[in-house]
Design a protein around this ligand. Structure first.
Ligand SMILES: [Zn+2]
Ligand SMILES: [Zn+2]
Length: 253
């Protein structure tokens, strides 16, 4: 599979974009930076979008994407997320105040958007890729996503302070090549990490040691103001299978 990292930071600053991944050009996971990185034609080519949770850094560009592709799409965008996220979008985003209700729109050929709550463990298949959500531990209901193609799979953990949900799906993940795991804060801010249900570099180190050593761990969601400090502390852990996730890179798994 081709996994393009459109944005992988836990905040927004010049050169540091919010969380978004594109799988094989057609499937998006989170929508923090879709419209900043993809042409309008590429945006219209996204058929499936999986949101990890309702925090705005993971869906900030969704309203603008829908606006951009309104007249271009020939089938509705299928948006999946945790039940809480779908409810939140209906109540607080597509409510006619913050943004129009795109689920009620058609461009004459097709509705624009369909949304569906997707429980953990229920897979969706699209373009030869299987995506299965799994539970993360965060301040709101949050899902990681196991992305599988024949011969390789990748687990994209979203915001979390634990890999307990990841551990549950690991035995069934065939040919697991990589885990994307967050480290939002440096060690000195471990208390803020705990309070906000994120990992610090300290707790990251503990969680990373639970992942098989032959699996590559890619570090995401660094807070922009602490990114240099976090990167140094991650290197200091001395874990040979751990490296920083590279924004803008297209990984082949
Ligand atoms: Zn986040
Ligand atoms: Zn979050």
């Amino acid at each position: 599979m081709r996994l393009r990292v459109l944005g992988c930071y836990g905040g927004s600053a010049p050169g540091m974009r919010l969380t978004s991944y594109l799988v094989d050009g057609r499937i998006a996971i989170d929508a923090g930076a879709l419209t900043e990185t993809l042409s309008v034609k590429e945006q219209a080519g996204i058929t499936h979008l999986f949101l990890s949770h309702s925090h705005i850094d993971h869906l900030a560009t969704l309203p603008f994407l829908l606006d951009n592709v309104l007249t271009l799409v020939e089938a509705p965008l299928s948006l999946f997320g945790p039940e809480d996220t779908i409810r939140c979008l209906r109540q607080h985003l597509f409510n006619g105040y913050l943004w129009p209700d795109f689920t009620a729109f058609s461009n004459g050929k097709t509705p624009i958007l369909r949304m569906e709550a997707l429980p953990c463990g229920r897979s969706v298949q699209a373009h030869g890729v299987t995506i299965t959500p799994f539970a993360m531990e965060h301040a709101v209901e949050c899902h990681g996503h196991l992305v599988e193609t024949p011969g390789s799979s990748v687990a994209i953990c979203s915001d979390t302070d634990s890999t307990a949900g990841l551990a549950e799906i690991l035995p069934g993940a065939a040919d697991l090549k990589a885990v994307i795991l967050e480290a939002s804060f440096p060690r000195r801010l471990a208390r803020i990490a705990d309070l906000s249900r994120h990992l610090s570099t300290e707790s990251f180190g503990r969680q990373a040691s639970c992942i098989p050593p032959d699996v590559q761990i890619l570090v995401s969601h660094l807070k922009p103001d602490c990114a240099v400090e976090i990167a140094e502390e991650i290197r200091g852990l001395g874990l040979s299978n751990v490296s920083l996730l590279e924004q803008g890179r297209e990984y082949q798994f």
